[in-house]
Design a binder for this molecule. Structure first.
Ligand SMILES: CC(=O)N[C@@H](CCC[C@H](N)C(=O)O)C(=O)O
Length: 384
């Protein structure tokens, strides 16, 4: 029998205990392979990718082979120290599934187990993809070539869990669901010195502070207010002690925008401001702007209209039309290449994604499996 709630709950709890960072998901991969190995193998082909060695691809052979439906889950955790009191909390110090990818994997296994027993009309490609959080796993997967030829989906689906939606609710919208992101890394080099002799030094606390202030003008002064954007600088370190002038500083952050044009516009403004600060404060600033394929997640019109209509009509689904969000996703790269739909699955937690307290509601798992086995069967049947 396909995996049911009683099977998926311990699977989820085990995955929750073994979070691993992007590109290091070896224990996770071995566990996923062990679960997939217990499914009926008649229709399954498993593929591993030498250049992305923690990924798993599984093809479910359909009754015909001229169309392929893709389903992707991410598998990585975050460098967050878990602060929940769950009996199955993370066993890996300093790492946690704080973004709910353990829920994503559990739902994917549930859906895969259904189609392993109920041969779909068309081929299906399940992607267990590493490194969503920071290392461009979606882009790496696509560029690895592993999806080429008869593994390349014609359409693609994925979800992200959402603590703000009721457990099990499906959220989606036409157009852009998630922002495109771009990491900002700036290293400032001036000259350290004694606090008493500022004229003999070049203070990177002052230059860095000016840079932070200037970058904060981009959204208020350079972004069309009818559109939107985010520039967040989450990390700023400089110096060692109060009476030594800091000769270096490091500032890291992220850009968010709902269109690629706006993302590129903000990137250009960051570059110009950095050049201006380097000139004004007579220092060197090494700037790295890194997008890595985190494009806006732009849902395909026809597929998403069908998805929303189906979910609205399904009496067992609590469907909620959502607004775009400034979270990023490397699914943006995949959906840029392959038309598809990304959606939210509600997990009803008072704590946000990436919080050390985040505890998703596990009733979402079976709700997600049921909604998506139904929907993917419908998408299969359209190919009859
Ligand atoms: C769902 C989620 O939280 N995704 C991450 C993606 C990170 C993108 C990249 N590392 C960046 O910070 O720009 C997010 O932070 O939205």
């Amino acid at each position: 029998m396909a995996l049911q709630e009683a099977d998926l709950l311990p699977i989820y709890q085990h995955l929750h205990q073994i979070p691993e960072l992007g590109l290091e998901e070896h224990e996770t991969q071995a566990y996923l392979l062990s679960i997939i190995a217990k499914m009926p193998q008649t229709y399954l082909t498993i593929k591993q990718i030498p250049s992305l060695d923690t990924a798993i691809l599984v093809k479910v052979s359909g009754q015909s082979h001229d169309y392929r439906i893709g389903y992707r889950t991410d598998i990585d955790g975050l460098p967050v120290t878990e602060a929940t009191d769950l009996p199955f909390k993370s066993q890996h110090p300093g790492k946690m599934h704080a973004c709910g990818h353990d829920i994503h994997m559990s739902v994917a296994l549930g859906i895969l187990s259904y189609f392993a027993e109920n041969q779909p009309t068309t081929d299906m490609i399940f992607m267990f993809q590493p490194a969503e959080e920071n290392a461009s796993g979606g882009m790496r997967l696509y560029q690895s070539g592993a999806l080429d030829q008869d593994w390349m989906p014609d359409e693609i689906f994925a979800f992200h869990d959402n603590p703000d939606l009721p457990a099990g609710a499906i959220g989606c919208r036409m157009g852009t669901l998630f922002a495109g992101t771009c990491e900002i890394h700036a290293h400032l080099t001036g000259k350290s010195g004694h606090a008493a002799f500022p004229h003999n030094a070049n203070d990177m606390v002052v230059a860095g502070s000016a840079l932070v202030q200037q970058l904060q003008t981009i959204v208020s002064r350079n972004v069309d207010p009818i559109q939107s954007g985010v520039v967040t600088l989450g990390h700023f370190t400089a110096g060692t002690i109060g009476n030594v002038i800091a000769g270096e500083a490091q500032i890291d952050g992220t850009i968010r925008a709902l269109t690629q044009d706006m993302n590129l516009h903000i990137q250009r403004r960051v570059r110009t401001i950095v050049e201006g600060i380097a000139l004004a404060y007579d220092c060197q600033i090494d700037l790295d702007l890194h997008q890595g394929g985190y494009y806006p997640v732009e849902n395909n019109d026809a597929i998403t209209a069908d998805f929303m209509q189906y979910m609205q009509k399904d009496a067992d689904v609590n469907f909620i039309e959502t607004r775009p969000a400034m979270t990023g996703e490397d699914f943006g790269y995949l959906i840029h290449q392959i038309p598809g739909t990304m959606f939210w699955l509600g997990v009803d937690s008072p704590y946000s994604l990436h919080s050390e307290h985040m505890v998703p509601h596990t009733s979402a798992i079976m709700a997600g499996v049921n909604a998506m086995t139904g929907y993917l069967t419908h998408r299969n049947d359209l190919q009859k």
